[in-house]
Design a protein around this ligand. Structure first.
Ligand code: FAD
Ligand code: NAD
Length: 485
């Protein structure tokens, strides 16, 4: 039921930071009629990260896995949400304000602004972890954003074109065609697999020098893919190394990066060695973003002291702050830590959206009853008026007692793990499903079709599904595009 205009003005202001998995799932669940919603993010689209690695070789085109956020701001059944393409620079948890900045190429007279919030939803994801290793930021390619995939795709082809120059010294050809992937987690492994597919199916057919490409996956731990079952680890290690062009170096940590070479250290013998490279892809996990660290510092290190991100409780309330909530990779519940995945972020976003709707509905109930049956409601209303000096809506803002009480009665978030899937190359994937008492693992071609169908159905729109199907079909019939740019 639509609120009267006088009440609508008092709706709590929700500011959502980010347009990723957590934030979008929150927005999609949220009843935007009950809140005044503003979204802030430096990118005006949602990115379907599970298929991002395919963009580095052209198995899918990146536009096929992007969705404009403004599409989700428009609501047929409720109020529209407002979107500003900007980066949030800082949050003041005391005055409840966020400061934002236009970090895009086109700037107007106004390129900074401030917004007030009653509730701030921090869904800014995480940054690339570099462990402060010198030279990584300047020389390596990352695997997180759309531009990263374009950059990698371009560099692969650039290395081949440059290696093909007449008179290029043999040693330089070897360097240019030495591709190093750092980090044997799912991102590094999926990228190595995609790169190997690209090489076998497309590059070897077109570039005479492609057979000299060497791909090395470097992992500091004794094994790659440590989140998976041992059987899967063995299978993937064998698979990747069965290609003549691919090697895995385990127990090897990259400790230094220069423009054309890396220094690696054997974690057992502590011996160091230097290796030239043409392409360096860095996938060693996550670290909190600058904005997350700023919020943590402004709250204080006595409560916000976790290296993974904002400490939250079972309802995703940020510890030590009033009206700040956080979901996805930006947050951690130290008592129930979960993996930093899209699966987790999306479930958290949906849960929080439902929680907000329930709380607002309860607070509104009285208003609705009053409108539907004014006489019967009159007496009850009189009694309640004493307690409800504050506006009904305002009572769900911040640490207000009634909100604290209301939230406590709500069911806690329960994560439902649907399994872990990863692509391992040559039309094969691995899957792990953990039950309460047993773990089921599967690998091979059938798992590949499962992997494809799961992610296909998870794509947000019919448009995305149509484009991705077309890309898959196109790359399997005509091969991947090898033009640069
Ligand atoms: P994100 O989805 O990263 O979104 C963060 C948002 O915040 C972005 O819109 C960003 O632009 C915005 N933002 C950043 N800084 C600011 C700021 N200062 N102010 C405002 N907004 C800001 N998980 C799976 O479950 N399955 C997979 O197969 C899988 N594959 C992956 C493959 C790759 C290559 C990568 C990198 C990750 C993969 N993940 C996968 C992990 C998954 O993508 C993340 O866990 C998930 O994106 C986290 O969601 P999030 O909402 O916390 O953050
Ligand atoms: P990760 O943290 O899972 O793995 C990083 C790996 O890099 C670790 O094994 C670590 O030992 C290694 N490493 C760190 N420093 C190193 C160094 N200096 N030299 C060599 N190796 C080093 O990171 P990720 O793969 O980027 O994944 C990030 C998150 O995204 C994870 O939560 C992951 O589960 C999720 N993700 C999931 C999928 C999937 O489900 N298919 C795919 C991609 C990413």
């Amino acid at each position: 039921t639509r609120l009267p205009e006088s009440e609508r003005k008092k709706r709590p202001k929700i500011v959502i930071l980010g347009t990723g998995w957590g934030s979008l799932c929150f927005l999609r669940k949220l009843h935007t009629d009950l809140f005044d919603v503003t979204i802030i993010s430096p990118r005006n689209y949602f990115l379907f990260t599970p298929l991002l690695v395919g963009g580095t070789t052209g198995t899918v085109e990146v536009r096929s896995i992007m969705e404009p956020i403004r599409k989700y701001c428009k609501r047929a059944d409720a109020d529209d949400a407002t979107f500003y393409e900007a980066e949030c620079l800082s949050v003041d948890p005391v005055s409840k304000k966020v400061k934002c900045f236009d970090n895009s190429a086109v700037k107007g007279e106004v390129s900074e602004f401030e917004l007030e919030y009653d509730h701030l939803i921090v869904g800014v994801g995480a940054d690339n972890q570099t462990f402060g290793i010198p030279g990584v930021k300047e020389n390596a390619c990352f695997l997180k954003e759309i531009n990263d995939t374009r950059n990698i795709r371009d560099k692969i082809l650039d290395c081949l074109e440059t290696a093909s120059y007449p008179g290029q010294p043999e040693k330089e050809i070897d360097r240019l065609l030495n591709f190093v992937v750092v980090g044997g987690g799912p991102s590094g492994v999926e990228f190595t697999a995609e790169l190997n597919d690209f090489l076998q199916s497309d590059l070897l057919k077109t570039y005479p020098l492609a057979k000299r490409i060497n791909v090395t996956l470097v992992e500091a731990l004794p094994h790659i893919l440590t989140i998976f079952d041992k059987k899967i680890i063995d299978h993937v290690e064998k698979r990747l190394q069965s290609s003549n062009n691919t090697k895995i170096w385990t127990k090897t940590a990259v400790v230094g990066v220069r423009e054309k070479e890396i220094t690696v250290k054997n974690t057992s013998t502590k011996e160091e060695s230097v290796h030239p490279y043409g392409l360096l892809v860095w996938a060693t996990g996550n670290t909190p973003r600058k904005i997350t660290t700023q919020i943590m510092q402004s709250i204080g290190s006595d409560v916000q002291n976790n290296r993974r991100g904002l400490v939250v409780d079972d309802y995703f309330r940020v510890a030590g702050a009033d009206g700040i909530w956080s979901i996805g990779d930006a947050s951690i519940n130290p008592l129930k830590p979960l993996a930093q995945t899209a699966q987790v972020a999306s479930q958290q976003g949906r849960y929080l959206g439902r929680l907000f709707n329930q709380l607002a509905d309860e607070m509104n109930n009285d208003l609705i009853k009053k409108r539907e049956n004014p006489e019967a409601h009159k007496e009850q209303q009189k009694e309640k008026q004493q307690q409800e000096k504050a506006n009904l809506f305002n009572s769900i803002t911040g640490s207000n007692k009634s909100f604290e009480e209301a939230v406590k009665e709500k069911p806690l978030f329960r994560y439902k793990h649907m399994g872990t899937l990863a692509y391992v190359g040559d039309h094969q994937a691995v899957a792990e499903f953990k039950g309460d008492h047993s773990t089921t693992v599967s690998e091979g071609y059938i798992t590949y079709y499962l992997w494809r169908s799961v992610y296909f159905t998870k794509l947000l729109s019919f448009r995305n599904r149509a484009l991705v199907s077309f890309d898959w079909l196109k790359s399997s019939i005509f091969g991947r595009d090898i033009s640069r740019g």
